[in-house]
Design a protein around this ligand. Structure first.
Ligand SMILES: Nc1ncnc2c1ncn2[C@@H]1O[C@H](COP(=O)(O)OP(=O)(O)OP(=O)(O)O)[C@@H](O)[C@H]1O
Ligand SMILES: [Mg+2]
Length: 283
């Protein structure tokens, strides 16, 4: 059961509705071509230190975009600019624009809480709340005012199913989330992110702390989720980027050196720096 999406800006209707089922199917078909998020000439600073330089990128809807590059090149910073998560870091500022479906998310009229519901985030280290499995997934909907137990139960089940965790936890929903394995906790965090009905999922190295079997499950999940969500994933692992993503952006020293189809970028990169990185000459 999907609730209507709250508009980012209360006065505009442009982002207010996801449309009918038929429209959704059409949107699905057009997915590869439509831009969901666009950054224009984005510069970003931590106080005096500039961390991103003139980033212009178009992130396609209902596809997976991977951000790769050596440590410290700005991948996480860029990811966090997409749902204003950097706002909580003191002394940060930016110039340029980040557009979600054409609307600048840094516009003073934008409701940041509504924005973060639309653009959910999963962090590198799984961060379940010290609550039950059920309460973790129900957390966001409850804050949004959903207190109907039957509706919450239905929503929790559907999110856990979409996160490929339901079968493993359905008999112990009241157990503490902290008792789950690392891979299960990470899928729980994905279920928790799905519970606020986002359109976009930002994932910062979601599988970096996991064993190969759990990593494979997360990768399968990402593949399944992309039919309904726009996904941006940071990964250090180039094989993973090649496996899960449709587009890849290569970052180096705060600049986006190259952005393109994953296969093209990995097989015939345009830039020498990209080639040097993917062939392991640095990073
Ligand atoms: N809160 C912060 N305050 C000041 N500088 C920061 C902060 N977070 C990141 N930086 C700096 O911004 C630059 C980009 O960091 P960022 O975390 O985006 O890199 P990254 O590509 O995600 O690296 P990694 O692969 O190691 O996670 C680095 O030089 C880093 O030191
Ligand atoms: Mg990072």
């Amino acid at each position: 059961m999907e609730k209507p999406v709250p508009p980012l800006i209360q006065v505009t209707t442009a982002l207010g509705s996801r449309g009918s089922e038929a429209d959704k199917q059409k949107a699905n078909a057009a997915a590869q071509n439509r831009t969901k998020i666009e950054t224009r000439n984005l510069d970003f600073y931590y106080s005096e230190k500039q961390a991103l330089f003139d980033i212009s990128a178009k992130i396609p809807e209902r596809a997976v975009t991977a951000l790769i590059g050596p440590s410290g090149c700005g991948k996480s910073t860029f990811l966090r600019t997409l749902n204003r998560m950097n706002d909580i870091v003191l002394g940060t500022r930016h110039t340029g624009e980040v557009l979600l479906e054409g609307i600048n998310i840094y516009d003073p009229q934008v409701d940041v809480v509504a924005l973060r519901k639309r653009v959910g985030m999963v962090f590198q280290k799984s961060t379940p709340f010290p609550k039950s499995i059920f309460d973790n997934v129900a957390f966001g909907p409850r804050i949004a005012g959903q207190n109907n137990y039957a509706a919450l139960t239905e929503l929790v089940e559907s999110c856990l199913r979409r996160a490929a965790l339901w079968e493993e936890v359905k008999d112990r929903l009241n157990d503490s989330a902290m008792a789950l394995s690392g891979g299960q906790q990470q899928r729980l965090c994905i279920a928790r992110a799905l519970a606020t009905s986002p359109d976009v999922l930002l994932m910062d190295e979601p599988a970096s702390a996991l064993d190969p079997a759990s990593t494979a499950r997360i990768e399968d999940l990402i593949f399944e989720l992309k039919s309904n969500y726009t996904i941006v994933i940071v990964t250090h692992n180039m094989q993973q980027a090649a496996r899960v993503s449709d587009c890849t952006a290569f970052f180096y020293q705060g600049k986006m050196v190259e952005f393109g189809g994953t296969q093209t970028l990995f097989t015939t990169p345009k830039e020498q720096q990209t080639e040097d990185y993917i062939t392991g000459r640095f990073g």
